[in-house]
Design a protein around this ligand. Structure first.
Ligand SMILES: Nc1nc2c(c(=O)[nH]1)N[C@H]1C(S)=C(S)[C@@H](COP(=O)(O)O)O[C@H]1N2
Ligand SMILES: [Mo]
Length: 252
């Protein structure tokens, strides 16, 4: 046995005796492809890495299921929302004329977009399901500007790896990777079921990410920022969800 194959033999043996599992092998692969989620630490970390890496390697371009118009829920369920402060009520009474979405970070042309600016982007619609981790769901038609159109107009830089998005509600902020940010069904929605997006459903502006659980579809969006690292946001776990015990990646 020459030196190299002997070393290989020893490594394989070590891995076997240490019980190096499929999960560890998968984690090594995930690292090679840059598919480690920001909440990869802790006891659920290996599972999170496996879920995220496997979905991204196998179904990066998959589409969320779209439903026929006849399946739109008659009584969609709006999750409980916090009572609004005076600033929000002021926006509401002026028809959100002063609402702005700021687009910044790793973009060549940072922008501050009004609702009418957003309405001037190509309009897309999708009839998809909002699925809450607490066990309920509803189907609605969502209408808005594809996030990729807005990012491209702002000149998103090739180094950007994630888009972080913020609500007027400080506890609600999330991030998605570029696979979801550039996905054709990820929409900045301002209308629902044919009318303006009601405040109870996130109006005036909600990011719909239909390939993930409802909590990634944050309501009352005011800011998007493109970044190459999630470390400097909050506790560095990618979003508010993992800080509260939920997964950053919530693919469905
Ligand atoms: N700003 C904000 N966005 C939010 C929430 C919230 O409370 N505030 N709840 C989230 C959760 S947990 C879910 S399941 C969905 C609920 O959407 P719905 O109210 O349209 O049913 O919105 C998500 N987006
Ligand atoms: Mo939820």
């Amino acid at each position: 046995m020459n030196k190299i194959s002997r070393r290989k033999f020893v490594t394989a043996g070590l891995a076997a005796t240490a019980g190096m599992s499929g999960v560890a092998v998968a984690a090594t692969l995930a690292k090679r492809y840059g598919l480690i989620p920001p909440d990869s630490g802790g006891i659920y970390g290996p599972g999170e890495t496996l879920t995220y890496a496997a979905q991204r390697l196998l179904t990066r371009h998959s589409l969320a299921r779209e439903f026929p118009r006849s399946m739109i829920s008659k009584a969609p369920f709006a999750n409980e929302i916090a009572p609004f402060n005076d600033a929000f009520k002021h926006h509401q009474s002026s028809g959100f004329a002063e609402w702005r979405l700021s687009v910044d970070g790793m973009v060549a042309r940072p922008a501050s977009l009004s609702m009418s600016d957003l309405r001037s982007f190509p309009v897309r619609n999708q009839i998809t399901e909002v699925v809450c981790e607490e066990g309920w769901s509803y189907i609605a038609e969502w209408i808005g500007a594809p996030l990729h159109e807005v990012l491209n107009a702002a000149g998103i830089l090739p180094q950007a790896r994630y888009v972080v998005y913020f609500s007027v509600e400080p506890d609600w902020w999330e991030s998605i990777d570029m696979a979801d940010a550039l996905h054709p069904q990820t929409l900045l929605t301002y209308a629902m079921n044919g009318g303006d997006l009601p405040v109870s459903f996130g109006g005036p502006l909600r990011l719909r990410v239909p390939r993930q659980l409802g909590y990634k579809s944050v309501k009352f969006i005011t800011r998007l920022t493109a970044t190459d690292s999630l470390k400097r946001f909050g506790k560095g776990l990618g979003s508010a969800s993992p800080e509260g015990g939920y997964a950053w990646y919530a693919g469905i």
